[in-house]
Design a protein around this ligand. Structure first.
Ligand code: PMP
Length: 419
């Protein structure tokens, strides 16, 4: 028997358990340690520079290294780190942020419920949908419908209602009354409603662009069609804009605004603070909030750090930057730029297709899904920090400050990594 190689410091002594990882593999290879970021670039601990193709996990919309956000958070923590927004408490900055978000909400007069991140937002929306029907005399409406390929975070409800079966395996039943339908066919939703009855269905959760499931753009007219089906059958339409919200869709704050979806509930996180600190928010249309605001209903739900004052300060600073630097327009520019520069990669024999043309997102789908993980490593050797999503897609979701020249450079580096 051969003697195993001397393990590195990282592989024997790191206490870290990574998310979404085969820790055996991570332990063998050691972690990719990121030390610094600036604009559309990051640096590893050894000082190597990488073009950040994914803006972290789809969140650094305003780019890395914004001193302005750090300063806003520091000033907030120095005066009041946080208090609570349970009962009638609320930190002053959190209240101001809620008002500001109310002004850009896709549905006028929306209420804003703060969370600590995307998964919290999803579970909040799932509970709120069921509770809404209870409060309005239809307690039988409990079924939550999601879509195949969809990703809705990793809390129990979100894992159950999403459409990535491997994420649900081997836990037993996570949440009763959850079903999924085809991701790309509005008729599948209609068929399910006819099968189980609208009087059983609370809500339909819909990512305007399927993100972590592999970046799949909605077929033409799909979003409007499922929205209308929900309206016709008294099923709440929940837009999961954790990825698409706060400008990722290009040209507007939300996909729901761009496609005039008028969601009953809208879940957000990531771009709200550009990921500088964790925060999420659920936008609640006024007719859904009404039973909870008319007196006598206690909603026993909330998170200690929901609406954290430091996070609210980061969100305010993020929104300031988005507005001052016209980053919604920059995201629209990237929609075209990614499409133009990445499309030619589809001709490469190792590439099955390139999905792009809506928002500052794209996917380079490898012909062999098994190549995706090793390709992330090859990309790093070519100076790109990338990520695999879905079945063998390379996720492209840069920060909105990435220039057209950098997009061109990114496409060139991907091409040379493809070989
Ligand atoms: N919904 C969608 C569409 C997401 O992409 C994500 C995160 N990738 C989530 C929910 C969960 O967000 P978080 O990881 O912040 O809990």
């Amino acid at each position: 028997m051969s003697t195993p190689a001397e393990p590195t410091y990282e592989s024997t002594h790191s206490a870290l358990w990574h998310g979404f990882a085969d820790m055996g593999a991570v332990t063998t290879k050691g972690p990719f340690v990121v030390s610094r970021g600036e604009g559309a670039y990051i640096w590893d601990r050894e000082g190597n520079k990488y073009l950040d193709a994914t803006a972290g996990l789809w969140f650094t919309n305003v780019g890395h290294g914004r001193r302005e956000i750090a300063d806003a958070v520091a000033a907030q923590l120095g005066s009041l780190a946080h208090y609570s927004n349970f009962g009638d408490f609320v930190p002053e900055t959190t209240l101001a942020l809620a008002e500001r978000l109310g002004e850009i909400a896709p549905v006028a007069g929306s209420k804003v419920f703060f969370t600590s991140g995307g998964s919290d937002s999803i579970d909040t929306a799932a509970k709120l949908a069921r509770r809404y029907w209870h409060e309005t005399g239809k307690p039988g409406k409990k079924l939550i419908v999601g879509r195949q390929k969809a990703y809705h975070g990793m809390h129990v409800a979100g894992t159950a209602l999403a459409g990535i079966p491997v994420n649900r395996e081997n836990y037993g039943e996570l949440m009763p009354d959850a079903r999924t339908v085809a991701w790309d066919d509005a008729k599948a939703l209609l068929a399910l409603i006819e099968e189980v009855g609208a009087d059983q269905i609370a809500a339909f959760f819909c990512e305007p662009i399927i993100g972590a499931g592999g970046v799949y753009l909605p077929p033409q007219g799909y979003l409007q069609e499922v929205r209308q089906i929900c309206r016709d059958h008294d099923v709440l339409f929940v837009a999961d804009e954790v990825v698409t919200g706060f400008g990722r869709i290009g040209g507007s704050w939300f996909a729901s605004t761009r496609f005039d979806l008028q969601p009953d509930l809208m879940t957000t996180a990531k771009g709200l603070t550009s990921g500088y600190v964790p925060m999420g928010a659920v936008f609640v249309a006024p007719h859904i909030a009404e039973p909870f605001f008319s007196g006598g209903v206690w909603w026993r739900h909330g998170y200690t750090y929901g609406g954290h004052a430091g996070a609210a300060a980061a969100a305010m600073a993020t929104l300031d930057i988005m507005e001052r630097e016209n980053l919604l327009q920059e995201s629209a520019r990237l929609e075209t730029s990614l499409h133009t520069h990445l499309a030619p990669l589809a001709d490469h024999p190792r590439v099955q297709e390139v999905r792009s043309g809506l928002g500052a997102v794209a996917a380079v789908q490898l012909a062999d899904p098994a190549e995706a993980l090793p390709f992330v490593g090859t990309l790093r050797e070519h100076g790109v920090s990338g990520r695999a999503a879905g079945q063998g897609a390379m996720q492209i979701s840069p920060s909105f400050v990435m220039t057209d020249a950098e997009v061109e450079e990114l496409a060139g580096r991907i091409l040379s990594a493809l070989g």
